[in-house]
Structure formats: structure tokens, C-alpha cells
Design a protein around this ligand. Structure first.
Ligand SMILES: Cc1ncc(COP(=O)(O)O)c(C=O)c1O
Length: 368
């Protein structure tokens, strides 16, 4: 048996009729960009996030960069963030000509360590990007308190956390701006690239709407500097809208698979982050092992696909570190990059496949 980390075709085939109907509705409509499908999805997704506004954009990276620009962040500013989340936030910060300031993560959750945020703030700090890594909501309540006291903005990178909820408040519903990716592998994934920004701030929403389309405020009148073309097209909007109705059920299955792994894989060589509940969408099921690379090889040999999210901290990425003022090293982030391992977890996995992964990991750790 061979089990991939993810299998997007299975999800598409499970709702093939709905997908085909949506795509052909758009094709027959003659409206392919900026039409009723986008309006309807933006409204539905804003509601799902408990926000007043949703602005669809081209991808999750653009959501972060446009969000930063919408907040007026640029040269001379600092933005506090983590370095274990794939580099997307760091790149966006650098593209605005601001500087990322890194805070280490909490080993038990892999999210930002709130005890270390305050000492990272300077008089140049304008914002904090909080990533809900792997789909687990970061501790937003203390972050909101710290940010409000310091007068800085909060950007949630919720690219991995669609549908995660804490005390009734969903991912993207805590900060000034929530940023989402709908990359096909995400909990809510398009059939191509797509992303969105959510906010309650009307002025910011208006600015972001202009920035996603050349800085146009009125039609073909570029009033706002820093604009670009980053639009969410009608086919992607229609697909996302229908998939949104399945999101809670898909996330429930991801959580159940994660729970099965945790219950059945117990070994001194395996270290799980703390268990979570509804506040974790389990976009990625990640364990830690000091013998990660050997474990990974054995799993590959047993037909189990794995991945590493992420192998290099942002401050070690060749393309990013050259732009930083000096070398950075954070012990928990460094350790995570050496030890994290992603197991297969997607809603369409069969129980038999889940059992096979459990057996394969058990056998592999017995020998590492
Ligand atoms: C945490 C995080 N932020 C941002 C992004 C960027 O999203 P996209 O690939 O849609 O640009 C991703 C997805 O890859 C992500 O996982």
C-alpha cells in the first residue's frame, strides 16, 4: 500500500458533480473575473470568519503583502513574526521594505511564544504577523492585549487554519487583518491559486480592494500607490463557495485522523505537540523526532509519504537572510526545523490507510 501525504484528486472526485456544475455555470455566464461568484463567496467567507469584509485576492502570499501595504507598513518599520512558518510572512515584510523581527516559538504548540513578544517590540514596531501554524490557533488573547497596549496592528496568517475556532471565534476573526491562502492543499482549497483578506475595518477594506487591482478606486483611475493585479477569479470563487459548505466535515475528519495517530503512536522517539480541540483545523499533522531523517527514510520505504514543514528557518533561507541586518538564531525554531515530520492527513483517507500509517510509524521507530 502506498499512501501519499495528500491526494487532491480524491476530494475533487468526491464532489465531482458539484464542481462540474459550478465550473460550467461560470463558463456559460460569460463573466470570468470580478462578477457575482466573487461577491457571493466574499460575503459567505466574511460571515464564516465573523468579519464584515472579505476581499478575494490571487493567493495567500499576496494577502499578507497587500494586508501590510493596506496598513501603511513600509521602509523603516519593523514587523514582529515567527521564523518557522515557511517564509511567506518574512518575504511579504521584506517586499514592503520593512524588517522582520523574529520571536521564538513555543515547543508545545509550535506557535509564537507570547512570553517573548514584548521584548521584541521597539519604537519602530508597527505590526505583528501571527501564523496559526499547521492549523492551530495561536494564543490570540494575550497577543491582542500586548498589541493594543503597544499600539501595533495584528495580521493573522490563517493560511492553514480555515475553520479553526476558539470560544466561537474563528481563525481570521481576532486581528485587524486575517489573511488566507486557498492553495489546493489547504483545508479550503481552490482548483488553482487563490487567497483572501478579511477585516472589520471599512477604510482598510476599501484600500485593500484598490491595491488588489492596480490601485484603482474608480474604474481605471489609479489613485493609490503600491497597487498590483491580484484578483480571485470567478471559477475559483464558485469552487471555494461550494467547498466552504464541506469545510467543517472535512476538518472533523482531519481531527479524527490526528487523534488516531496520537492515541496509537506512543514511543520515546516520538514527541507530539500538545493535543488541541476545535481550535486546531489540522491542516498538517506534524510530529517531532530527534531521528527525523532516519524515520522519514523508513516510512518512505514502507510506502508512507511524508513531508517537512519547514526544513529551514526564515532567517536561514539564502534569499531572505541577505536582507536581514545580522545573523539570527532561535533555539526552539532551530530545533523544530531539524525534528518536524508531517504525516499523511487528508479527509478522504480511509481507515485502512490510517491504520497502515500507524503500523508503519510503529515499526519504523522500533529501529531508529
Ligand atoms: C502559513 C502560510 N502562509 C502563507 C502561505 C502562502 O499562500 P500561497 O501559496 O497561496 O501564496 C502559505 C501557503 O503556502 C502558508 O502555509
Amino acid at each position: 500500500m502506498r499512501i501519499p501525504v495528500n491526494d487532491l484528486k480524491r476530494q475533487a472526485l468526491s464532489i465531482e458533480g458539484e464542481l462540474n456544475a459550478a465550473v460550467s455555470r461560470v463558463i456559460r455566464s460569460g463573466r470570468y473575473v470580478g462578477g457575482p461568484e466573487l461577491d457571493a463567496f466574499e460575503q459567505a467567507f466574511a460571515r464564516a470568519c465573523g468579519r464584515r469584509y472579505c476581499i478575494g485576492v490571487g493567493n495567500g502570499y499576496d494577502a499578507i503583502e497587500i494586508g501590510l501595504r493596506g496598513l501603511g507598513i513600509g521602509a523603516g518599520d519593523e514587523v514582529v513574526t515567527v521564523a518557522n512558518a515557511g517564509g511567506f510572512g518574512s518575504l511579504a515584510i521584506l517586499m514592503t521594505h520593512a524588517l522582520p523581527v523574529y520571536v521564538d516559538v513555543d515547543w508545545s504548540t509550535m506557535n509564537i511564544d507570547t512570553a517573548k513578544v514584548e521584548r521584541a517590540l521597539t519604537r519602530r514596531t508597527r505590526a505583528i504577523i501571527v501564523t496559526h501554524l499547521y492549523g492551530r490557533l495561536a494564543p490570540m488573547e494575550p497577543i491582542v492585549r500586548i498589541a493594543r497596549a503597544a499600539g501595533i496592528s495584528i495580521i493573522e496568517d490563517a493560511a492553514q487554519a480555515h475553520g479553526a475556532v476558539r470560544n466561537g471565534r474563528p481563525a481570521g476573526g481576532f486581528g485587524d487583518v486575517g489573511c488566507f491562502s486557498f492553495y489546493p492543499t489547504k483545508c479550503l482549497g481552490a482548483v488553482g491559486d487563490a487567497g483572501a483578506i478579511v477585516t472589520d475595518d471599512e477604510e482598510l477594506a476599501t484600500k485593500v480592494r484598490a491595491l488588489r487591482q492596480y490601485g484603482w478606486v474608480g474604474k481605471m483611475v489609479a489613485e493609490l500607490g503600491g497597487g498590483r493585479n491580484s484578483r480571485l477569479d470567478e471559477i475559483q470563487a464558485a469552487v471555494l463557495h461550494l467547498k466552504l459548505r464541506h469545510l467543517d466535515a472535512w476538518n472533523a475528519r482531519r481531527r479524527a485522523i490526528d487523534a488516531a495517530y496520537r492515541a496509537m503512536i506512543e514511543h520515546p522517539a516520538i514527541d507530539w505537540p500538545d493535543a488541541a480541540g476545535e481550535d486546531h483545523a489540522v491542516h498538517l499533522c506534524v510530529l517531532r523526532s530527534r531521528d527525523r531523517d532516519r524515520l522519514r527514510t523508513r516510512l518512505t520505504d514502507a510506502g508512507v509519504g511524508t513531508s517537512v514543514h519547514y526544513p529551514v528557518p526564515d532567517y536561514g533561507q539564502p534569499a531572505l537572510k541577505a536582507a536581514l541586518p545580522g545573523p539570527v538564531s532561535l533555539p526552539v525554531t532551530d530545533r523544530a526545523s531539524r525534528e518536524v515530520l508531517t504525516l499523511p492527513n487528508f479527509p478522504e483517507m480511509t481507515n485502512e490507510e490510517v491504520g497502515h500509517v500507524i503500523e508503519a510509524v510503529r515499526k519504523a521507530v522500533a529501529f531508529v
